[in-house]
Design a binder for this molecule. Sequence first.
Ligand code: GRF
Length: 286
Amino acid sequence: MIGLPFGPLGRPARLAVFASGRGTNLQALLEAFPKGHPLGEVALVVSDRGGALALERARSKGVEAFHIPWRGGRFAEEVQGLLESRGIDAVLLAGFMRILPPSFVEAWYGRLLNIHPSLLPDYPGLSVHQRVLAAREAFSGITVHFVDQGVDTGPILLQVRVPVLPTDTPQSLEARILQVEHRAYPLAVRLLLLGLAGPEPLAQALRRIWPEIPYRSRPYYLRAERALRAWGRSVEEAASATDWARAAFLFAYRVEEGLAGVAWEEQGLPLFLKEGVEDLLRRVKL
Ligand code: GRF
């Protein structure tokens, strides 16, 4: 059996969630990361809106929740003080309807995630489902990404596709996508906390072999690279199509369901590597 070291922190992470509204994603995160969870716990919730249901959801789980009114840079200063005083390791935006200032984004880069209800880079911004239906797309989906200075840009951590049905209205599509968000956001956070996702540029070795990895494919390469590292293998191995590399890509694909390429990666793989993949998947999928 190939093991995985405990997450990069070596202790449970302390998570903060920022939410402006109803907070159904917050609810999913509160349930996935309760107090005492070995990987991490939601320790703080912040909203820019006083009446947000999100604040109530947090308090009813006994989690500290603060309303900090939006005053641009002042909000960021206040919230930064709060995050430091509570020893927060990562910030998860869940329906947070404000653009955080560049200094905040820079300070938290790699530890600041957002969830968006489309397959980015398509359909960033608002009124996503109306626009997807108007364009007669066959698929929409969700993206969890690291936050950078843009709006709904930043390296992708995880995407899940959701079919658009001919009978869909913006409301029905939103409801179906929201269900997927509630599973995908905790999964993305587990990948981060286990050290199986990161925003850093692809390793030199990978870049030499595949200089032009398309934006949407990068998360697989990064996950495969992280899996190899977690198994104590070298990153160069990813480029050399060894059994270890195939196992790493198998893991990377299987994190998202229904992807092509899985059968090929799996074929003839030694049993201990298949078990290694199952072991990693058990840890991230739960
Ligand atoms: C979700 O669709 C999320 O992707 C987007 O805002 C919505 C928030 O919903 N960023 P909720 O407040 O989590 O219910």
